[in-house]
Design a binder for this molecule. Structure first.
Ligand code: ZN
Length: 81
């Protein structure tokens, strides 16, 4: 049995969350506000890829919204004339 104590090293830490890795257990500890998750490396990487894909799409939607907001202003000006 592995008796070595866990040592958690930071993979990342931002205002939104922290990800720490324990080499002894091969576990990634993910802390997001009040939520805490323990994931194996493969599961963590799968989740990270999923979030990356989702965030890219969410950013594209936000960018599109900003563009449409711009068009709306142009339309309002047009209606005033
Ligand atoms: Zn550990």
């Amino acid at each position: 049995m592995n008796e070595k104590p866990c040592t958690h090293e930071y993979l990342a830490a931002t205002e939104f969350g922290k990800a720490l890795f324990c080499r002894e257990c091969g576990v990634v500890h993910l802390h997001i506000q009040n939520l805490s998750l323990r994931l194996g490396v493969a599961d963590f990487l799968g989740l990270a890829d999923t979030l990356t894909e989702a965030s890219n799409k969410a950013r594209a939607v936000e960018k599109d919204k900003t563009k449409r907001r711009g068009f709306t202003v142009v339309k309002q000006n047009y209606r005033l004339n």
